[in-house]
Design a protein around this ligand. Structure first.
Ligand code: 3PG
Length: 395
């Protein structure tokens, strides 16, 4: 099976790197998708009699303990989902963490405090990272890499620890890789990619790569205004990355040469302020008032996007089309999500934000072919980059 490389795990301490980086409002978890996705691997190891030690990060604390980023509420939620007690180690490593691990019986589960409370976790210095990985490795007999959302990070709990313990790829990581392979090898066409989110600068490498692979790129979200500016439109007070306008112009030029269609909205929903109750107006993209902010793609564009999506055999979507957190500006994101559920083929929702968006809008996880737990990780996979957390398992 999946963990054959580890031998019989019964009685062994197995360190599992999960991605439990969920959105929180205070200590309330607003979307537990990543915790749910982590359950099967933890459950399987527990049922096989392993003493499961889960390590994960939450947010981006500064390499020292910070109560605002504690994994304690996440450990509690994991216990509810597993329907068993989950021990919590207030330190990630060291004597007190060791004591918690030593207290585990076969099949028990513990969660270590936020691994990023330790500067060694994310250090760029190999020796510093290695020293911390030594401490993590000292807590276990084997390592299972199951945090797909972090496999693009060369960090101690993702990369270095795998070099120090017998290791295996977790079920979540292998499922994610299997699905994403279908977006890069023997792709069923038409292949439509929907990109949104606020910044074009986050998506440059993926757009570059997709211009050679996808049939159609549909672009919405905050990043679209830089493309509209590249087409010569005035974008009012909308988000604009002035230093990327030329790059976007180049993409539009390349799209014409390569036959990969880039589709931009023809209408947008604007408002005078970035506020839930700001009065929305729909305008054509060549008539965005100077004092207004574009907060969603318009209904004509949403319908056009939905039609392209529904006619596709493979769809990958990353990034909301507008400010879906505000009802008045959720229409574009909702239309795209709805269209993905109607795809006769493979539909993949990529990314923490897009995944949280579809759940918040009331869509069930199983309405889509696959909801990836990885945001940056799934984009880097599509960019064709090497993922350190994967290559280290193959070496
Ligand atoms: C994510 O949220 O995409 C992953 O958990 C990785 O988090 P990071 O971008 O802070 O490394």
């Amino acid at each position: 099976g999946q963990y054959a490389a580890l031998g019989d795990v019964a009685g062994k301490r197995v360190l599992v790197r999960s991605d439990l980086n969920v959105p929180l409002d205070g200590d309330r978890i607003t979307d537990d998708g990543r915790i749910r996705a982590s359950v099967p691997t933890i459950q399987a190891l527990s049922e096989a009699g392993a003493r499961v030690v889960v390590t994960a990060h939450l947010g981006r604390p500064k390499g020292e303990p910070d109560a605002a980023y504690s994994l304690r509420p996440v450990a509690a939620r994991l216990g509810e989902l597993l329907e068993r007690d989950v021990a919590f180690a207030e330190d990630t490593v060291g004597d007190s963490a060791r004591a918690v691990v030593d207290g585990l019986a076969d099949g028990d589960v513990a969660v270590l405090e936020n691994v990023r409370f330790n500067a060694g976790e994310t250090s760029k210095d190999d020796a510093e990272r290695g020293a911390f990985a030594d401490e993590l490795a000292a807590l276990a007999d084997a390592f299972v890499s199951d945090g797909f959302g972090v496999v693009h990070r060369k960090q101690a709990s993702v990369y270095d620890v795998a070099q120090r313990l017998p290791h295996a790829m977790g079920g979540l990581v292998s499922t994610e890789i299997e699905v994403l392979q279908r977006l890069t090898q023997d792709v069923q066409r038409p292949y439509v990619v929907v990109l949104g989110g606020s910044k074009v600068s986050d998506k440059l490498a993926v757009i570059d790569n997709l211009l050679g692979k996808a049939d159609t790129l549909l672009i919405g979200g905050g990043m679209v205004f830089t493309f509209l500016a590249a087409e010569g439109h005035e974008v009012g007070n909308s988000l604009l990355e002035q230093d990327q306008v030329e790059t976007c112009r180049d993409y539009l030029r390349r799209s014409q040469e390569s036959g990969v269609e880039i589709v931009l909205p023809t209408d947008v929903v604007v408002a005078p302020e970035f506020k839930a109750d700001a009065p929305p107006t729909t305008v054509a993209v060549d008539a965005i008032p100077a004092d207004q902010i574009g907060l969603d793609i318009g209904p004509d564009s949403a319908a056009a996007f939905a039609e392209r999506i529904a006619g596709a055999s493979t769809v990958f979507w990353n990034g909301p089309m507008g400010v879906f957190e505000f009802d008045a500006f959720a229409g574009g994101t909702r239309a795209v999500a709805q269209a993905l559920t109607e795809v006769d083929g493979l539909s993949v929702v990529g990314g923490g934000d897009s995944a949280a968006a579809v759940r918040r809008l009331g869509f069930a996880d199983d309405a889509f072919g696959h909801i990836s737990t990885g945001g940056g990780a799934s984009l880097e996979y599509l960019e064709g980059k090497e993922l350190p957390g994967i290559t280290v398992l193959e070496d």
